[in-house]
Design a protein around this ligand. Structure first.
Ligand SMILES: [Zn+2]
Length: 498
C-alpha cells in the first residue's frame, strides 16, 4: 500500500485504489461489453495497483491483439511448489461476453484485502479473454474463422497455442474454461420448455481421464458448487447437452478431447467447463446477473481449491505420475459411445406456456461413456520425419521426443489400411478405417523417423491422436485426413516391447 501511495504522489493519483477497483462493465453501468481497449486499460491499471498481480501478454491473436495472462500470487507466480495452481480462462468464443466480464469482476474482487487469504494456498492464472478478435466482432470464431474450442488437439491457432504453452509451463492442478450456452433454439420452443439455469458445470467425461479425478469432480466438486451457487442465489445444474428430452438423448457433453476442458483433463488435471446462460440479444439482456453468475462459479472453484488443496494436489500428482511413468500394454479407449445406465435425469427447465420453472424427468438419459474400441498402449510411435504436418503438430504440443534405434527387445508394428469406412460420432459421420496390425517389414532406417514415447504427461493424448481408428484422432481432421489411404500402409508406426 505504501508503494501505491508514493506512486500516486509522484504521478498524480487519478486511479481508484485496489479496494474499489471497477471493471469497464461496471463503469458503463452494465450497458455494453468491455472493448479490447478497455480491457487492456483495466488489466494495466490492476497490474500497476497491486503487488499481488502481474499481467503479461502471453501471446497474440490472429490479428495481433494481446492475450493477457493475469498472474495472482502472494510470492513469485509458479515458484512455490506447495501452492495449488489454478488456471481460469474465458471467452474462447468471442460472442460469449459474460465469461470475460465475470473474469474481470473476479479480478477486481480478488484485489480486495479480504480475499488475500486465497493466495496463501493458490497461485491463480486468469486469462479473461482468449479470443479478442472474436470479441471485437462479437463472433464465435477467431480471426481465422476457427472455432477455438474444437482446436485443442490439432492446435493450429495462436490463441489455443497460447493457452497450452501456459499450461506446459506451469502444469496447473485445476483448470476451468468459461462459456455461455444458448437455450433459445427453435426445437426447444416447439418442445415447450428450455434450460434456464444461470450456470451449468461440466466435468471430464473422456474415460481415459483418471477415474479418481473424475470421481473427485463428480462426487466432491459438483456437490460443493451446488451449495456454493445456491447460497448465492445462482441457479445451477450439471451441464447436460442434447435433447429436447425424448426427441434426442441427453448426455453430459462430448468425450472428445479437442476442447478447453478435456484437452487439459486428459493430462490428469482437475478440469471443468462452466456455461453461463446466454442473453437473448447477445449482451445487455440480464448482463449484470450473468456476469456475476460467471464470477460466482469461478470464485467457487477458487474456494473449493483452497479448501481441498492438499487432496487435489496429491491426487493430480499421483495420477500424472502414472502417465509419465507410462504403462506400456495398458489399454486406451479410442472409440466411445454414450449409454444409459437405468437412471433418469430430473432436468430443471422453464416452461414457455406458464413462464415458470419446472422439472422434467428425462428417460433417454445417457450419462455413461462406454468404450467401443480399445488399443494397447505402445511404448511409443515412430513418425516419418517427412510428415511435416505431423512433426509440426508434435512441436506445437511440445511433446517429448527421443532418439530410438530399435533393438531386440522391441517390436515395430504397422497398420495396413484395407478400406476407409465411416461411423457415427455423436450425430456426425467420421472416418473409421478397416485396419490390420502386423509386424513391420524388416529394414527400417531409424534416422528417417521421429520417436515419440508414450511415457510422458501427454501419453494418453498421443495415443488418442495418432491411432488410425481413433474417432477423436488427427485423421478425423481435414488437415490430416491424407494420413489414411485405402489399400495402403498407415505411415505412423507403433513400437511395443516383445
Ligand atoms: Zn462457448
Amino acid at each position: 500500500m505504501n508503494r501505491l501511495i508514493i506512486f500516486c504522489f509522484l504521478v498524480g493519483c487519478y486511479s481508484v485504489s485496489a479496494q474499489d477497483f471497477q471493471t469497464p462493465l461496471q463503469k458503463n453501468g452494465f450497458t455494453r461489453p468491455s472493448s479490447y481497449e478497455e480491457l487492456s486499460e483495466f488489466v494495466r491499471q490492476a497490474d500497476a495497483g497491486s503487488g499481488l498481480l502481474t499481467v503479461e501478454a502471453a501471446g497474440n491473436s490472429v490479428r495481433g491483439r494481446n492475450i493477457y495472462a493475469m498472474k495472482f500470487s502472494s510470492s513469485v507466480f509458479g515458484v512455490d511448489r506447495s501452492k495449488i495452481r489454478v488456471f481460469l480462462f474465458a471467452q474462447q468464443h468471442g460472442n460469449e461476453h459474460s465469461g470475460k466480464e465475470g473474469a474481470l469482476l473476479l479480478a477486481a474482487e480478488l484485489l480486495k484485502p479480504e480475499n488475500r487469504y486465497l493466495f496463501d494456498r493458490i497461485d491463480l492464472l486468469l486469462v479473461p479473454q482468449v479470443n479478442p478478435d472474436g470479441s471485437e466482432e462479437s463472433q464465435r470464431r477467431n480471426g481465422n474463422e476457427a472455432d477455438l474450442n474444437r482446436n485443442h488437439l490439432i492446435l493450429t491457432e495462436p490463441e489455443t497455442i497460447t493457452l497450452h504453452r501456459l499450461f506446459d509451463q506451469y502444469h496447473f492442478d485445476v483448470t476451468m474454461d468459461v462459456h455461455e450456452y444458448y437455450p433459445y433454439g427453435e426445437t426447444w420452443k416447439e418442445y415447450g420448455y428450455r434450460n434456464n439455469s444461470d450456470e451449468l458445470l461440466g466435468t471430464a467425461t473422456n474415460i481415459n481421464v483418471s477415474e479418481k479425478l473424475r470421481r473427485l469432480s463428480n462426487e466432491s466438486f459438483l456437490p460443493f458448487m451446488k451449495e456454493f451457487f445456491s447460497g448465492r442465489n445462482v441457479s445451477n445444474f450439471i451441464y447436460s447437452p442434447g435433447g429436447p428430452p425424448e426427441i434426442d438423448y441427453i448426455r453430459h457433453s462430448t468425450f472428445d478431447i479437442n476442447d478447453g476442458r478435456q484437452s487439459f483433463a486428459i493430462l490428469n488435471t482437475l478440469s471443468f467447463i462452466q456455461e453461463g446462460i446466454n442473453g437473448r440479444d447477445l449482451f445487455t439482456d440480464n448482463i449484470r446477473r450473468r456476469a456475476e453468475g460467471q464470477m460466482t462459479g469461478m470464485r467457487g472453484l477458487l474456494e473449493y481449491s483452497y479448501d481441498n488443496y492438499r487432496k487435489i494436489k496429491k491426487t493430480v500428482a499421483a495420477e500424472r505420475k502414472k502417465l509419465i511413468r507410462g504403462v506400456a500394454g495398458k489399454t486406451v479407449s479410442i472409440q466411445n459411445e454414450h449409454v444409459r445406465d437405468g437412471r433418469t435425469l430430473p432436468l430443471p427447465l422453464w416452461s414457455y406456456s406458464t413462464g415458470t420453472d419446472t422439472v422434467v424427468n428425462v428417460i433417454d438419459y445417457r450419462p455413461v461413456v462406454r468404450s467401443l474400441y480399445d488399443v494397447r498402449k505402445p511404448c511409443g510411435y515412430m513418425i516419418p520425419a517427412e510428415l511435416v504436418d505431423v512433426t509440426a503438430w508434435i512441436a506445437r504440443h511440445a511433446l517429448v521426443t527421443e532418439n530410438f534405434a530399435g533393438g531386440d527387445r522391441y517390436r515395430i508394428e504397422q497398420y495396413d489400411v484395407s478400406s476407409i469406412d465411416s461411423t457415427d460420432f455423436e450425430g456426425d459421420m467420421i472416418v473409421n478405417p478397416e485396419v490390420t496390425l502386423r509386424e513391420h517389414d524388416a529394414g527400417i532406417k531409424y534416422s528417417d523417423y521421429i520417436y515419440v514415447p508414450t511415457s510422458q504427461l501427454k501419453g494418453n493424448m498421443i495415443v488418442i491422436a495418432l491411432e488410425p481408428k481413433s474417432m477423436l484422432g488427427l485423421v478425423t481432421y481435414p488437415g490430416f485426413a491424407n494420413l489414411l489411404r485405402a489399400n495402403d500402409k498407415f505411415p505412423i508406426l507403433r513400437v511395443t516391447r516383445k
